[in-house]
Every structure is written in structure tokens, then in C-alpha cells.
Design a protein around this ligand. Structure first.
Ligand SMILES: [Zn+2]
Length: 82
């Protein structure tokens, strides 16, 4: 078991079927979109009798930080002006 480095929630690290690492909420969610098969998070539409999990990206209150690789304090240059 691990914890999210952003919000501290308990998570399980899995990999997707494409090999990307993905955090799942440690608590199974009956509405979850993934099942774990030998550490691989398999997207499911309808699974019965197995624990289902939700991607922590979907529930983390600080999810944006997961995707940001850039350091803070550097405002993105935007061509858009209003
Ligand atoms: Zn989190």
C-alpha cells in the first residue's frame, strides 16, 4: 500500500494494459472502472464478484499536480489575450 504524495490518500499502484503506472484508490469502489489482475488495472464495463477500483486521478483533490511536470512559478506563455 502506498499513499498519494499529493493528498495522502491510500492508493494502490497498478499499471495499465499499456504499461503506464496508475494510482488506484485503495478502497474498492463498486462503481469503479478497473479491476486488478496481477497488478494490472484492467478497464471493465461490467465485472461481477470482484473488487473494482477507481483511478485516483479521478478522485484526488489535488489531481492536477499529478499531471504537472513543470515546476511552479513559471507562468505558461499564452498567446491568448482578452
Ligand atoms: Zn491524491
Amino acid at each position: 500500500m502506498s499513499t498519494c504524495r499529493s493528498c495522502g490518500a491510500p492508493i494502490i499502484w497498478a499499471v495499465t494494459t499499456t504499461g503506464a503506472k496508475m494510482p488506484l484508490d485503495a478502497d474498492p469502489d463498486p462503481e469503479g472502472l478497473f479491476v486488478l489482475e496481477r497488478g494490472v488495472a484492467v478497464h471493465v464495463i461490467d465485472a461481477k464478484g470482484v473488487d473494482r477500483y477507481t483511478s485516483h486521478f479521478a478522485t484526488c483533490p489535488d489531481a492536477a499536480s499529478h499531471r504537472k511536470a513543470k515546476p511552479k512559478g513559471t507562468p505558461p506563455s499564452s498567446p491568448e489575450r482578452s
